[in-house]
Design a protein around this ligand. Structure first.
Ligand SMILES: *[C@@H]1O[C@H](CO)[C@@H](O)[C@H](O)[C@H]1NC(C)=O
Ligand SMILES: *[C@@H]1O[C@H](CO)[C@@H](O)[C@H](O)[C@H]1NC(C)=O
Length: 385
């Protein structure tokens, strides 16, 4: 009280009080006053440091009263990086998404138990008429796969909560066959799937694709392979090298130009290569327009340049071009016979990990919705699920 009134008076009219005694009393009291504050402040900050460290900010009172408790409310920081996003819908632009998805650890060994998963990425227009077959295939293998669906933005999926396809749609945009928008949709699928650090094998499928082996075989085949399954061959004809544009040099030389089916399987490293690419994307966007079908050339060529030693140079998806024309054959109800399924499964020869193998295709297309019933019936006998 005294020091306060003294200061005010002092400020107002310094000549009103005798000078000599004031100058001695004033600094001493101020000093005591500040000293008290200093000790108080120090005490409070030490106490709050303890409370933040051991109690969490919310339980200040209870912590002071009772013993210090270990904090249980804050989730482990590592867990935030391991846990996949609970909601696949987000508001990131492609630019933001691709940037985020390109993050990769630089230490190869994971400091936790990581079970590699297969990301099945469905590139569709809308409904998935063969979904009951996929549900059957995936049943009992939870934790070893994840699902992502890119459909027309206008399509509203109506899967029940019990379905493996429930709320697995990603933010999508219109994509056209043979155009860069198709490759962008595939990159969007890869980028969203990359956000789950457990996804290791990335399989692109369509609504007309089916698995032709059971899950255990598919999982072992993919996880034990030293190569990624992307079709990539050098076609000297008009539909191969004939589509090459010299403006793509020097980034792409004609000897590196590849062609392959759109339906691929890539590992995490190649998925990141595809998502982070800015060099080849602009070249292909500008110089590979119909009759250059960019979805047949962009990834096979780009990966042949960047990581040829990781490519099997063949696709895992069986398809029938024998009927001729611009599109492969579509099979409906009447086509699904025992002989036909044998044709899909048998008489194949290929290399698997540099060894000859007769198991060359894990998936097949194209199947019409009417094929579902007979396929469901024959799947246990022929596909093992
Ligand atoms: C998958 O198929 C193989 C070969 O047909 C069989 O040996 C295996 O038991 C099947 N696995 C499951 C989980 O059904
Ligand atoms: C795939 O093709 C590339 C060249 O385009 C080659 O370097 C690589 O060894 C091939 N992969 C296999 C498994 O033969």
């Amino acid at each position: 009280m005294q020091s306060r009134s003294l200061t005010i008076e002092d400020g107002k009219d310094p000549s009103a009080l005798p000078k000599a005694p004031q100058s001695r009393v004033f600094p001493l009291r101020i000093l005591q006053f500040f000293g008290l504050f200093l000790i108080l402040g120090l005490g409070i900050s030490v106490l709050s440091m303890f409370m933040i460290r051991y109690g969490g900010v919310q339980n200040v009172v209870s912590t002071v009263r009772s013993e210090f408790q270990p904090c249980l409310e804050e989730p482990g920081v590592l867990e935030r990086w391991i846990k996949p996003p609970s909601n696949l819908m987000h508001s990131m632009t492609d630019k933001e998404l691709f940037w985020r998805a390109s993050f990769a650890p630089q230490i190869n060994e994971y400091p936790f138990t990581r079970v590699p998963k297969i990301a099945f990425m469905f590139l569709t227009r809308g409904p998935l008429p063969l979904s009951p077959l996929w549900e059957k295939f995936l049943k009992g293998h939870e934790g070893l796969y994840s699902i992502y669906i890119h459909s027309l933005p206008s399509y509203e999926a109506k899967f029940p909560p019990s379905s493996v396809f429930y709320r697995r749609q990603i933010p999508s945009q219109v994509s056209e066959w043979g155009r860069m928008s198709m490759c962008d949709a595939e990159r969007r699928l890869l980028a969203n799937a990359l956000l789950d650090i457990s996804n290791e094998m990335f399989v692109l499928v369509s609504e007309s694709c089916i698995p032709v082996f059971n899950f255990s075989i598919v999982y072992d085949y993919l996880s034990s392979s030293r190569f990624s399954f992307i079709g990539a061959f050098d076609d000297p004809g008009p539909y191969g090298r004939g589509r090459y544009n010299e403006n793509m040099a020097p980034e792409v030389d004609i000897t590196q130009w590849r062609k392959g089916s759109q339906w691929f399987e890539v590992n995490r490293r190649l998925a990141i290569h595809i998502v982070e690419d800015t060099i080849f994307h602009s070249k292909f966007e500008e110089f590979c327009k119909p009759a250059c079908y960019v979805d047949e050339h962009y990834f096979p060529t780009m990966l042949t340049i960047q990581a040829p030693h990781l490519l099997a140079n063949r696709s895992l998806t069986w398809v029938d071009w024998s009927r001729g024309g611009a599109h492969p054959a579509t099979f409906g109800k009447a086509d699904i016979t025992e002989d036909f399924l044998k044709r899909i499964l048998e008489d194949h020869n290929c290399l698997y990990n540099n060894e000859p193998s007769t198991v060359c295709f894990l998936f097949a297309r194209k199947f019409a919705p009417s094929a579902l019933e007979p396929l469901l019936q024959l799947a246990p006998k022929f596909f093992g699920y």
